[in-house]
Design a protein. Structure first.
Length: 239
């Protein structure tokens, strides 16, 4: 994965294995998010199409990994899924592939083989990084930068679009003011406080465009000491 910048979801309940594998993948250039069980994995995946691939263990506490895979595919989520499991029997492999898995690597495995398979998976036609960033009803076309909210075009300035792109690429995670400043203003001679003004305008446009009775509204929250967080809030409750 040295040539790819990918965001991966690692679903693994064994702490030592998750730490080892997550560290190795990050050293290869990937951004790795962790989930310890099926419910945590599905909650992260429902935030939007932010992951390039899922590494899924089958032996999870409570609901097993196959239930995660089945629910993903039934909901129409086509994120590539590689199953990593000690359950390497032919029936288990067939069941996983029939439910929509893209690859199957039995444990124990060699890290170099995992990286090679993951490279191949991410490079498959139709399996490259999604052309759209999405969080609930909010979508952005990566190439054009066009933003839609509830399928209506949202008029944003280039800087507002740049800031929103960064936030959409990190759904549910706070993005620091300095990181936003670098992404939006680059080498321009703009004060750090310019980010606060920019986020205020972006938040106001999102809040104005998404009003009740919408079930979920994207909003930008300020997290003191951490930065800015793009999340979905209950629009009815917010009203």
């Amino acid at each position: 994965m040295h040539t790819l910048t990918s965001r991966l979801l690692l679903v693994e309940d064994t702490p030592d294995l998750a730490l080892w594998l997550g560290t190795a993948l990050r050293q290869s250039g990937a951004d790795v998010e962790f989930a310890r069980d099926a419910d945590e994995a599905l909650a992260l995946l429902r935030e939007g199409d932010a992951f390039d691939a899922v590494l899924l263990d089958l032996n999870l506490p409570g609901r097993d990994g196959l239930s995660v895979l089945q629910e993903l595919r039934e909901s129409g989520n086509a994120v590539p899924v590689m199953i990593l499991t000690a359950r390497a029997s032919v029936p288990d492999r067939v069941l996983g592939l029939n439910l929509g898995a893209d690859d199957y690597l039995p444990k124990p495995f060699d890290l170099s083989e995992l990286e090679a398979r993951l490279q191949a998976l991410l490079r498959r036609p139709g399996r490259m990084k999604s052309l759209r960033l999405r969080l609930g009803p909010l979508e952005m076309d990566r190439e054009s930068g066009q933003v839609t909210l509830n399928q209506q075009v949202l008029a944003l300035t280039p800087r507002e679009t740049a800031a929103l792109r960064v936030l959409l690429e990190h759904p549910g995670r706070a993005v620091g003011k300095e990181a936003l400043h670098r992404a939006v203003f680059s080498d321009e001679a703009a004060e750090l406080e310019a980010v606060e003004v920019l986020i205020h305008r972006l938040r106001k446009k999102l809040d104005t465009a998404c009003r009740p009775p919408e079930p979920a509204a994207p909003t930008v929250s300020t997290i003191r000491g951490l930065g800015y967080l793009l999340t979905l809030q209950d629009a009815k409750r917010a009203a």
